[in-house]
Design a protein. Structure first.
Length: 339
């Protein structure tokens, strides 16, 4: 899907157009609104394209050099570009050109695992894949083990993403994801945990709108979920809660990157600096419900379901180990889900 604040021709644009690709949904809707404000000030339009996921985003950028200026991959997208495309799609980012980022973003998030020591991405927002639940049916969830409850049997929905299923089963066992790939017994333990969770699942979701619909229809009492989407349900009047279980949950944080083939990097820098203005960052965060890691955050940020105090509160997948094993993991996860 291609859409724009003001469409200035086809993808490929012109000097007065930036080309942005993301995953759609409420997050990109919020970005459209904020980008439009920058466009009013700068006179430069932002043209949007939507993709299903990071894999499609990276493939489209690789297959259409020069057609996109910037994007916001999650960790998987960063790793895919670095490992499968040898880091040739995204350019170095000079944060000196984004003074609001340097001044107002917390240092601990600037150095979170996926971008520590790297210069091809800057931190955008916090996100995780924890558990959302309907408090009309569930009093409280604090652990992944709480999903394995007879009262929830047949009313659990989990995310179908193989890396996320694998990572959150590692979290449930309190295993380090990187160590699991070095230990065959731990590796098998993860799939045993996955099979145990599967016994309580009625279906797996591919897109966030899907689990939201199942929760609205009261088919799902609890789901693996993004907190920002659960907060939307809460704001719509459902008594929903989001929790990162005591054992942890997979980080699903997002980043901004610029493409190497972009001829409009100066304008991208200007837009990014606009986004990291503290007032704009708070407004954007509270519109899409994913907190940007600003210094001295107020309640409007810290009360978002996705907010965590530190990167240490999340489980970080070792993508250097994950991606070479992804085919095997995907096959085995799909076997469990089909079982």
């Amino acid at each position: 899907m291609v859409s724009g604040i003001t469409i200035a021709g086809c993808i490929g644009g012109g000097d007065d157009t930036l080309r942005y690709i993301s995953r759609g949904g409420t997050t990109q809707d919020a970005e459209r609104e904020m980008f439009e404000r920058w466009s009013e000030e700068s006179g430069i339009d932002v043209q949007h394209q939507e993709a299903a996921d990071d894999t499609e985003m990276i493939n489209l950028i690789a297959e259409n050099p020069g057609d996109f200026d910037f994007t916001n991959p999650a960790q998987f997208g960063l790793a895919l570009e670095r490992l499968e495309h040898e880091g040739e799609l995204f350019d170095e980012i000079d944060t000196g050109e984004i003074p609001n980022y340097e001044e107002h973003v917390q240092d601990q998030w600037k150095e979170a695992p996926p971008i520590e020591g790297e210069d091809d991405a800057i931190f955008y927002y916090m996100s995780s894949q924890g558990i959302g639940y309907n408090r009309e049916y569930v009093d409280e969830i604090t652990s992944w083990d709480d999903l394995k409850d007879d009262d929830l049997d047949g009313n659990i929905a989990l995310f179908s993403s193989p890396p996320t299923r694998f990572g959150n089963c590692c979290a449930a066992l309190e295993y380090d994801v990187g160590e699991v790939f070095e230990d065959e017994d731990m590796f098998e333990d993860v799939f045993e945990e996955m099979e145990e969770q599967h016994e309580y699942v009625f279906n797996y979701w591919d897109a966030g709108d899907q689990f939201m619909q199942w929760m609205r229809e009261e088919q799902a009492y609890a789901c693996s979920a993004w907190g920002g989407r659960v907060q939307v349900l809460n704001e719509d009047g459902m008594d929903t809660e989001y929790v990162i279980p005591d054992e942890g949950a997979v980080a699903h944080t997002n980043y901004f990157v610029m493409t190497q083939e972009s001829d409009n990097q100066e304008d991208v820098y200007d837009l990014l600096n606009f986004l990291y203005d503290p007032e704009n960052a708070v407004e954007l965060s509270t519109t899409h419900n994913y907190p940007m890691a600003m210094e001295d955050p107020g309640d409007d940020i810290t009360e978002l379901f996705e907010y965590v105090e530190s990167p240490d509160d999340l489980l970080w997948i070792d993508w250097d180990s994950m991606i070479p094993n992804l085919s095997e993991i995907s096959e085995r996860v799909n076997d469990v889900m089909a079982g």
